[in-house]
Write a protein that binds this ligand. Structure first.
Ligand code: FMN
Length: 205
């Protein structure tokens, strides 16, 4: 049995939209991280920048179930300056001893590398079970539900069947359409197929 909690922080709404969609698709509960001090205007934007540059853990309010009651927490997290958004860093830091497995959906403006999975590993001492990226454009794509379903399925499979391997799953919507629609249940595929989906399996370090 894999009990999953989805937790998001969202400054401009994209991560919240994705998180709500994932919860609606899977019937998973949602927890929301909010700023203790709202980020308005230019000063708010500068605080975002400084939080990232200095890897600060700004004050947060968390409304949701206790992470310790779940096997896996899916973080739907914006990326600021190639790093985890400050409030999500605060959440992971505050609850690190209560987090069992963590999976991450990073939300960016542009596709590209960033430090979020490594940062979570440094804070919790464990690599995320699964990680994928969405851009704002992906989130608005009508097919994003398909990717979220694939992510959710891979998460359950990874948890139940493939430990102790860590799976990094990053198929694009187009790759999923090309390879996924003929696979009714999005099974966790053998290595060969995972590679063809733009994904890779890596052993736990
Ligand atoms: C301070 C700041 C830094 C950002 N840095 C990046 C970045 O390094 N790479 C990127 O692709 N997007 C970056 N973005 C864009 C956000 O990741 C993107 O807009 C995301 O969708 C925001 O999620 P939200 O709507 O849930 O807040 C940045 C946004 C802010 C406010």
């Amino acid at each position: 049995m894999n009990k999953v909690l989805v937790v998001t922080y969202s400054n401009t709404g994209t991560s919240l939209r994705l998180a709500r969609r994932l919860c609606a698709l899977k019937g998973w509960p949602l927890g929301e991280v909010d700023d203790a001090a709202p980020r308005h205007g230019v000063a708010g934007a500068w605080r975002c920048v400084l939080d990232s540059l200095l890897r600060r853990t700004p004050g947060i309010d968390y409304a949701g179930a206790l992470p310790s009651e779940f096997d896996t927490v899916v973080l739907v997290a914006p990326i600021w300056l190639y790093r985890l958004a400050g409030p999500m860093r605060s959440f992971v830091t505050r609850y690190r001893s209560e987090l069992h497995d963590v999976a991450v959906i990073s939300v960016t403006e542009q596709p590209g590398p960033h430090d979020a999975p490594d940062e979570i590993t440094r804070i919790t001492g464990r690599a995320p079970l699964l990680h994928t990226d969405f851009t704002g454009q992906d989130a608005d794509d009508g097919r994003c539900g398909l990717r979220l379903l694939a992510f959710a399925h891979a998460l359950v499979e990874a948890k139940d069947h493939v430990e102790p391997t860590r799976l990094v799953l990053a198929p694009t919507a187009d790759q999923l359409i090309a390879g996924g629609l003929s696979r009714p249940q999005f099974p966790l595929l053998p290595d060969q197929d995972l590679r063809s989906w733009g994904s890779r399996k890596v052993p736990i370090g």
